[in-house]
Design a protein around this ligand. Structure first.
Ligand code: KG4
Ligand code: ZN
Length: 344
């Protein structure tokens, strides 16, 4: 059995995983830095790089021990090369280079967003293609067309905040905590999703970009109108605002996909990234699949949020294509994950 070791340190999770050629996850250790960043209500890049430095070796050892394997058993080393935070990426890349150099193994530089797409194939194996894939996380909101060779064409993305960032920003405004998505999801379950109005973004140029910053501003105005109603984090106004906000964000996410289904004629609808854990989005995704008569695939939480298994999985695709990296591999904080662009 051939296995690849994956390293992911692009943001605030330190992760090392081991994935076999036939898509078995033998280890997927993720060390979260939520405690370090929570006091600041967001990821502090300097703290993130320092935490990666402290965590990477123990996480690597735990991954090997968990799989009962040694470095010599690997067929290659995969690492996220971007996009992400420069200091965080550098820790993973230098660690991976050292491993590859010391053990004379091939090195693979993986795009993080492509990793999120690979997580779907890792979890579900055969997926009918072409498909539409929505990657929604704290840093990205990208809708792709995936062709039968798994080449990605970007259909649209956010022109400002990412969807997860929008959840995190409302959570910050309400003083709920960080990261905010899961907290808002939980409160939304007890709120009225029609209590607060939100209007959809419209652009003068007729573009179908995603845009989330207007939702955050509108939520801020709802809070300003009745500041006392929002003092208690488990008050009804907070629950109603969370429910209305979540519904508005989900509708905006799904609207663009509905349009893309009509234009692209996909055979499946794929969803991944941290925000794929959102219960409202999951429901809307399944409903959309039913309405369009298409199968839906949503990664499970462990493979939705940042993890190194998805990085190793994407590296298996690179290995098949014979694309290895040299020791001059550099982080690329804005690396594009797609082969082409076809705007909605
Ligand atoms: O994929 P991920 O772990 O990291 C990035 O690449 O950004 O995603 C983290 C994001 C955070 O913004 C978090 O608030 C969001 O995913 N998230 C959720 C939920 N669980 C995590 N957003 C909405 N609902 C959730 N249940
Ligand atoms: Zn991510």
């Amino acid at each position: 059995m051939r296995v690849l070791l994956g390293v992911e340190t692009s943001c605030d999770d330190t992760s090392v995983a081991i994935v076999s050629e036939d898509a078995h996850v033998l280890a997927n250790v993720v060390s979260s830095q939520i405690e370090e960043h929570a006091p600041y209500q967001g990821v502090v890049p300097e703290l993130a790089s320092r935490a990666h430095l402290q965590n990477i070796t123990p996480v690597f050892r735990r991954a090997l021990a968990g799989a009962g394997l040694r470095l010599e058993d690997m067929s290659g080393i995969a690492v996220t090369r971007g996009p992400g935070l420069i200091g965080s990426l550098m820790v993973g890349i230098n660690f991976a280079k050292a491993l590859a150099y010391g053990s004379k193994l091939p090195l693979y530089g993986v795009n993080h967003i492509r990793g999120h797409v690979a997580a779907l194939f890792l979890e579900f194996g055969e997926i009918p293609l072409p498909a539409l894939t929505l990657i929604v996380s704290g840093g990205h909101t990208h809708l792709f067309h995936v062709n039968t060779e798994r080449r990605l064409t970007l259909l649209t993305k956010s022109r400002d905040d990412a969807a997860g960032e929008a959840f995190d920003k409302l959570s910050k405004m309400l003083g709920l905590g960080f990261p905010g998505g899961a907290l808002i999801d939980r409160l939304a379950a007890e709120g009225n999703p029609t209590a607060f109005p939100f209007s959809k973004p419209k652009f003068g140029d007729g573009s179908h970009d995603y845009s989330f910053s207007g939702y955050k501003s509108a939520a801020g105005r709802h809070i300003e109108r009745d500041p006392r109603g929002f003092v208690s984090p488990d008050g009804q106004a907070v629950k109603d605002l969370c429910a209305s906000y979540q519904r508005a964000l989900v509708e905006h996410l799904v609207d663009r996909v509905r349009l893309a289904v009509a234009k692209e004629g996909p055979r499946a609808l794929l969803l991944s990234g941290g925000v794929a854990c959102n219960s409202g989005l999951g429901r809307a995704w399944r409903d959309l699949g039913e309405q369009c008569g298409l199968p839906v695939f949503i990664t499970s939480p462990k493979l939705s949020t940042d993890n190194a298994a998805m990085i190793a999985a994407e590296a298996w695709r690179l290995a098949e294509l014979g694309v290895t990296a040299g020791f001059d591999l550099e982080p690329d904080i804005r690396e594009k994950p797609y082969d082409g662009v076809r705007l909605l």
